[in-house]
Structure formats: C-alpha cells, structure tokens
Design a protein around this ligand. Sequence first.
Ligand SMILES: *Cc1c(COP(=O)(O)O)cnc(C)c1O
Length: 438
Amino acid sequence: MMDHRRSIPRTDVLLADPRLAEAGRRLGSERVKGVVVAMQQRAREGAISPEEVLPAALAALPASASGLRRVINATGVLLHTNLGRAPLSAAAREAVDRAAGATDIELDLDTGARGRRGRTALATLATAVPEAEAVHVVNNNAAALALAATTFAAGREIVISRGELIEIGDGFRLPDLLVATGARLREVGTTNRTAVRDYAEAIGPDTGMVLKVHPSNYRVEGFTASVPIAELEALCRRHRIPLVGDAGSGLLRPEPLLPDEPDVATWLRQGADLVTTSGDKLLGGPQSGLIFGRAELVERLRRHPLARALRVDKLTLAALEATVGGPGTPTLDALHADAAGLRRRAGGLAARLRDKAVAAEVVDSAGVVGGGGAPGVRLRGAAVALDERLAGVLRRGEPPVLGRVERGRCLLDLRAVPEADDETLLNAVLAVAHHVPD
Ligand SMILES: *Cc1c(COP(=O)(O)O)cnc(C)c1O
C-alpha cells in the first residue's frame, strides 16, 4: 500500500506536463491544480492506478473557464427558458466578441467627448420601429415594467384588467412585481371579460398609468372580451394618463406565422404611449427589455434613479444591435423552417444512424414557440425517434443533446437545431447510441 502511494506522481511534476500547463493558461492554474489533486486523491484511495492520474486529470479538465456548456436544443421548443431562450446569431456573437474589450460605448471618437451610452444600438432600434419617438433598453422586460411602474405609479394606482394578471413562469407573477414598486393595482373587469367602461370607471385622480398586458402564455377561449389598445387610447388621452403596453414576446413588427402575437409597431400605431418587450424571445437577441414610445415618457424613465440599476452592459447592447440591424436570427430561421425541409434532414440523419446499426426513424413532431409565447401554436415539423432510454445518456453526452420524451420514445426535433449542427448532432448520438442503459 505504501509503495503504491509513493508512486503517485507529485503535483509539481504533473503540472509541468505541457498539456496541463497549457490548460492552466486557458482555465486558470488553480482550477487545473484542483483537478490534479482530486485525481491524486482517487489514486490514494485505490480507485485508479498511479499511471492513470495524468490521463484522468486530462480527461477531467473542463472545456471552458465557464461552467456553462454548449448544448443542442432538440426539444422542438424554439425559446427554451432552461436553455437560455434565443440563441444569438453569428453577427451578434461577433459583436459581443468585439465589444468584450475596451470599446467606445460611451465615447464619441470624433470629438473625444462623452457620448450617449449605446447610441448606435438605440439608433438601430429606432430605425427598426419608426413609430417610436424614443427607445430605452434595460435588463429584461420585467425590469422595463418595474421601471415604468415605479416612474409613473409608485404610491399611486395601475389600472389593469383581471384577465391580464399573469404568471410568466418559475413563479414570476407580474402583479407581484408591479406591487413591489410601491404601486397599487386597480384591477378591473373579470378573468374572461373586461370592457372599456370598466377602465373608465376605475380611472381617477390617483391613477398613475393604465397597463395593457399581452397574456402571452395562455389563452382564454369562449365568452371573452378584452379592450384593444385602440379603445384605451382615447380614454387615456382624455385623462392624460400614460397607456403602457407589455407586448411581451419581442416582435417589433407583425409576424404572419403568429397572427395572435402583438407587435410593438402596431401597438404604438394604435395609440400606446409606451410598449415594452423582451429582447430574448421572438426578437432573437440577448436578454434585455426594450421600451419604445413617446420621447417625453422615455426620458422620464431614463432619468429615474432606478434606471441606473437596470441598465444593460456593453455586451448586451452589442448583441442587441447586431440582432436588430443584422441578418436574420436563428430564432426566425427556426420559426420559418418548413416541415418538408425538417423531414428531409430527419430522414438523412435517421438513415445514417441505421447504417451504424442504431434504431432510428422519422416521425412527425410539433414544435412550439416556448418562452411563454404563442401558446396555441403548433409548428409542424419532424424528429428523429430513438430508444427512449437514450434521453439521459444524450443529455450527459458531449455536447449534451436535449430531446423530448414522447410516447415511449426519445424524439430529437430538428426545428430549433440549426442545419449546420446536424453533423454534430449525429456524432453526439453515435457516441452514445450503443450505451443504452438496461
Ligand atoms: C416574457 C414576458 C415577460 C417577462 O419578460 P422577461 O424579459 O423575461 O423579464 C413579461 N410580460 C410578458 C407578457 C411576457 O411574455
């Protein structure tokens, strides 16, 4: 036993290995040392032999200094909250990389004077939505709503329909957020029906704003009525109360495939004073909250002390600008991927898997928008169906592949997988397909 222990290589000897030294420069020497020490300990315990310490340490090194891993989203859910919602476009990734070092985020390089923070991103958003007089960007849509509620209604009332008091997910309830700002909710109407008269009766000297929320993640069907922006506009104008709309899903303009999703431009044209939305849903960009609308109101938000606590960093502004002003996003590509194309890709993958003796077939699969958007919409597509027991091993593979278990099978839905990743997906499946657990 003592001999065995004495033959375990010393830490400094191991760390001098060129591959571990290189890993130290890439990942941090403390992290690499931690892995080495852990493997020495395993050898001391007899779990591995002394000769295995170095290869085991090399194998156990993380791929990156960050614990976040690149995964393949084969769930069929376009905007999967657990997978970081919208994947960034190549243009946005490049912009993030460029902005990561010192950058002219608040400097006018022509004059050398201080410039408006993120002015090019703001200009790009303004161009994308000419209906807006001004634009402001915060950390997410929840922050946009918190800022609006604080600025216009702290200590006062927000008039809102009972049918629009929504919970977004992970226990995040919009009414709780609004109340946390010090505003009081003046709920009007009923769960299924609210009329313009309900709003009119609730508005009074204490009203700070009227809020219209798109109930993005559920639908009320049957005997229903809600009041469109266009009808609230006249009422709010008459009382000089800001009409704020939470459009939620991130469409700046109408999307023909999602006719029930509101968009920023339309709500502004219909008379909303401000419209807020998320940057990482259908817009396909980084996590952010976008606020479009009347210049005077946007300016009040910008000047509020809370705005500083909600401001976005340079990486977000860079990615957002490249998303809005650049080429199409992976999210839009995935939304528009047609069923025939998905079926062809799935067929190709399944055939190549069968060539390697992996049971695989093509099945119809319905994708969804996800991220709490377009609840009724089923996106017709295709998936590669595998043995259900592969779901777990695929998830623990490299790269991890997230499929969907349905009707006793593991479905790899291709809708949210960029075509360029098909080869990676195939190899990830081949790497584990013969390790089906019993
Ligand atoms: C998603 C959503 C939110 C929350 O947006 P975040 O960007 O996640 O903060 C708020 N309101 C609506 C209607 C939404 O769909």
